[in-house]
Design a binder for this molecule. Structure first.
Ligand code: NAP
Length: 272
């Protein structure tokens, strides 16, 4: 798909920070007609694309957001980038079911809501692309970030099924799986609500390492470039790892026996 006179329409969720903002800016500068979203667009500085209100945990908000784009474009959305995602750091036992449910509402059901809202438009045109933002944590579940990784595993399984349902209708689904990216996401990740002493000091150390790795991660522009490639490709890859860490995680998962792979993950977070 190349940007031409009729400017393909791209909707990027969570376009006020990190990967979403870099992606929306890059696509806009390459001639795409981009719409971004924010939970509170009026509080955000102007961008070279309009920001629409969206809370992905709300059915009504997702439907209203897509309706607004469709109204502005005559019903056309060529690409949906389901970028919004957030995290919880802590041992699995330290989170309540309510916290975990809230995370799934955003990271998994947020993508489901947006996808279900755009699909009637894409099916009508027998064309479209949906890009779901996973992570290297979508192939390796990291201790003390188990629920974040569980949402990304779920998003990957959802995307795989969706892709095979939609390909015959001319709609491509891809997963983007970056390693650590330098954004505020580590610093803003929630902490599990009920600390259990037995997990100290390992949990604090793992959480600190996680936050540090994200601060020192790759430039969000690198992920944006990978997304631009997927948008332009005639045959977009089902899954696009971004960065060495994500590629290495995928290779290790495929090549190592399960016990060896999990021992490697424990070693990587100092839990062996
Ligand atoms: N950073 C990394 O190392 C990394 C690595 C791999 C994958 N990822 C994934 O990449 C995606 C983006 O991460 P990021 O690091 O760029 O995050 P970020 O900088 O924290 O940005 C998150 C964006 O999502 C929006 N947002 C947050 N909660 C929302 C909600 N409930 N409803 C609607 N919008 C919401 C925020 O906008 P407002 O506050 O304006 O609403 C913001 O624009 C996530 O899916 C994340 O899991 C990140």
């Amino acid at each position: 798909m190349t940007p031409d006179a009729d400017h393909p329409v791209v909707l990027v969720t969570g376009a006020t920070s990190g990967i979403g903002r870099a992606t929306a800016r890059l696509l806009a500068s390459n001639g795409y007609r981009v719409f971004g979203t924010s939970r509170d667009p009026t509080s955000r500085p102007p961008e070279p694309f309009p920001l629409l209100p969206l809370e992905v945990a709300s059915d009504e908000s997702a439907a209203a957001c897509v309706r607004r784009v469709a109204d502005a474009t005559g019903g056309r959305i060529d690409v949906l980038v389901n970028n919004v995602g957030t995290g919880i750091l802590g041992a699995a036992e330290e989170s309540t079911a309510a916290e975990v449910r809230a995370l799934f509402e955003v990271n998994v059901l947020g993508a489901v809501r947006m996808t279900n809202a755009v699909l009637p438009l894409m099916r009508a045109r027998r064309a479209g692309r949906i890009l779901n933002m996973s992570s290297s944590g979508g192939t390796a579940s990291i201790p003390f970030a188990a629920y974040y990784c569980a949402t990304k595993f779920a998003l990957e399984a959802y995307s795989e099924g969706l892709r095979n349902e939609l390909l015959p209708l001319g709609i491509h689904v891809s997963v983007v799986a970056p390693g650590p990216v330098s954004t505020p996401a580590g610093d803003t990740a929630a902490r599990a609500a009920h600390p259990v002493a037995d997990y100290e000091p390992a949990r604090s150390k793992a959480a600190d390492e996680f936050v540090k790795a994200i601060r020192a991660g790759m430039d969000p522009a690198t992920v944006a470039e990978a997304i631009l490639d997927l948008v332009r490709s005639d045959a977009p890859a089902p899954r696009r790892p971004v960065g060495l860490q994500s590629h290495a995680t995928g290779w290790a998962r495929r090549l190592l026996p399960v016990r060896a792979f999990q021992a490697l993950v424990r070693w990587a977070v100092g839990r062996s």
